[in-house]
Design a protein around this ligand. Structure first.
Ligand code: HEC
Ligand code: HEC
Length: 220
């Protein structure tokens, strides 16, 4: 009996590890091509053909993953999307899981995708609940440390290529701030590295929660 229980537990563990590995590693190029064919067939009207590959991870509505592993791109500023995609294409910004797809885009496709994502409506899933006091405190800390570049309400800034942050997933914001602090992306995050070093650590969580809550979002 015990042997069966142990065997069952081992099998369950192997399956779980397998699923976790598949979820973390993303598809191979051949798998991605097959997925893209399906995604092209289910694409909503107006979606650029070049976005089919992207939709396999970022989804048709640009909502990514609420746990923040994949950022929300719908409603992101056009200038920020262009800036990121041109740098990904040139290899000055590296995101290994995405590099083959971003490198394959030509400039016209970059423009089409940026236009398309920027006008998609923001989806509103998985926003943290905030008390009145938390909202006031988060807004004040954000105003003090971040608003000069990311805009009064987190709407972003075209001239600085500062991302629209309001309504972005909490997990993504946290991870990107940790990466900036640890200098994971080197020069690509140079501006944010200088900022994160100046902000008291205990201020970051209230700011991130206020941004993810998205109440401050004004029209871009
Ligand atoms: C295999 C899955 C996958 C595919 C396909 C994919 N992406 Fe991504 N994308 C990701 C992940 C994961 C991240 C977050 C990376 C990070 O935070 O380090 C991301 C991040 C981004 C970002 C934000 C970059 C930043 O500075 O953090 C943009 C813009 C983007 N993707 C656009 C695209 C476009 C356009 C395509 C299609 C040409 C595409 N992606 C295809 C997984 C994918
Ligand atoms: C001096 C200007 C400046 C200030 C101040 C600043 N940022 Fe940024 N931030 C930027 C720029 C520019 C980028 C885009 C970097 C890039 O393209 O990779 C950015 C990127 C980010 C990103 C990654 C977004 C993405 O799309 O990948 C996060 C998260 C972020 N900032 C959060 C914050 C928070 C929170 C604060 C306040 C504590 C803050 N920033 C203050 C300029 C600034």
């Amino acid at each position: 009996m015990r042997v069966f229980v142990i065997a069952a537990v081992v099998v369950a563990l192997i399956v779980l590890v397998g699923i976790a590995w598949l979820a973390a590693s993303g598809p191979t190029e051949a798998e991605a091509e097959r997925i893209a064919v399906v995604l092209r067939e289910t694409a909503p009207a107006g979606e650029p053909a070049a976005y089919a590959h992207c939709a396999s991870c970022h989804l048709h509505d640009g909502s990514g993953r609420p746990d923040g592993a994949i950022p929300r791109l719908n409603g992101q500023r056009r200038s920020v999307l262009q800036h990121k995609l041109y740098r990904l294409r040139a290899g000055t910004l590296r995101i290994p899981v995405m590099d083959p797809f971003a490198r394959a885009l030509d400039p016209a496709e970059v423009e089409e995708i940026a236009d398309y994502l920027a006008q998609l409506p923001e989806t509103s899933s998985s926003k943290p609940h905030l008390s009145e006091e938390e909202q006031v405190a988060g807004a004040a800390l954000y105003g003090e440390h971040c608003a000069s570049c990311h805009g009064a309400n987190g709407e972003g800034h075209d001239g600085l290529f500062a991302s629209r942050l309001c309504g972005q997933y909490r997990g993504y914001l946290e991870r990107r701030l940790e990466e900036a602090a640890a200098q994971v992306r080197g020069d690509a995050d140079a501006v944010m590295q200088g900022v994160v070093a100046q902000v008291p650590e205990e201020a970051l969580d209230p700011i991130v929660r206020w941004l993810a809550h998205g109440n401050g979002c004004a029209a871009p």
